[in-house]
Design a binder for this molecule. Structure first.
Ligand SMILES: [Fe+2]
Length: 240
């Protein structure tokens, strides 16, 4: 019987990674917590986008996944069972992004993206976790399943570095809690763009207020990532 570490070291392809994540004998919580690196945790806000369209009508529609349901699209079986045991749901309503919001990903220079609108309604909360970018991998699985996988970076080996960011689709309202350990992103304005070290940062969210909390979640590679690391705040205009 192989140990979890031995199984991890045997991952060679993207398909092996998916099989590993879906392995029911693996303790999801222990595995997920092993990704945390406090020295390399956190978030930063390197851009703002002016003149974003309003998401208010879109988030009032029926979501693809509801905040209070558990769904195998966003969780592995063992992850889902643990969430069920502790009464957690998905944590946010997941909506498909239409053309207006997909445009934001190209405006920022993303390629090969996965783009979703995550709206956290009042009363919802998301359990603490580290991301596995399984959404991106699942959405492209037919194309990339035999590609080599980088277990250090936790992404396909022959891809450019994968980034993940959130774009605020509305201003922050009191009661909206977004914890990228060890800090909190708070008092954001509509159009603020927040990147975080997704490979190593434990994060969790809750909406204890009375306003929806819509964020655009973008995962993908960047044509030129230099602006993300420039230490400055870049200004984009949606209408450019
Ligand atoms: Fe996450």
């Amino acid at each position: 019987m192989l140990t979890e570490k031995e199984k991890w070291e045997q991952i060679a392809t993207v398909n092996d990674y998916i099989d590993f994540l879906e392995d029911k004998t693996i303790d999801w919580k222990t595995l997920n917590e092993s990704f945390i690196d406090k020295e390399r945790s956190g978030f930063w806000v390197p851009a703002n986008i002016k003149n974003l369209p309003s998401a208010s009508e879109l988030i009032d529609r029926q979501p693809a996944i509801k905040a209070n349901e558990l769904n195998r699209t966003t969780m592995t079986q063992s992850e889902l069972e643990l969430h069920e045991k502790h009464n957690y749901g998905n944590g946010y309503d997941r909506h498909e992004a239409d053309e207006r919001f997909l445009k934001i990903a190209s405006l920022l220079g993303f390629n090969d993206t996965s783009v979703w609108i995550n709206n956290q309604p009042p009363g919802a909360m998301m359990a603490r976790h580290v991301d596995t970018i399984s959404c991106l991998v699942h959405e492209k699985i037919d194309e990339i399943k035999n590609d080599p996988f980088d277990t250090e970076l936790r992404q396909p080996a022959n891809s450019k570095p994968i980034y993940r960011c959130f774009v605020a689709l509305d201003d922050w309202y009191p009661g909206q809690i977004l914890n990228f350990e060890p800090q909190f992103w708070t008092e954001w304005k509509k159009g603020d763009v927040c990147f975080f070290h997704w490979r190593t940062t434990a994060h969790s969210t809750a909406n204890t207020g009375w306003h929806h909390r819509p964020l655009l979640k973008i995962t993908g590679t960047l044509k030129d990532p230099s602006w993300v690391h420039s230490g400055k705040i870049r200004s984009f205009d949606y209408n450019d």
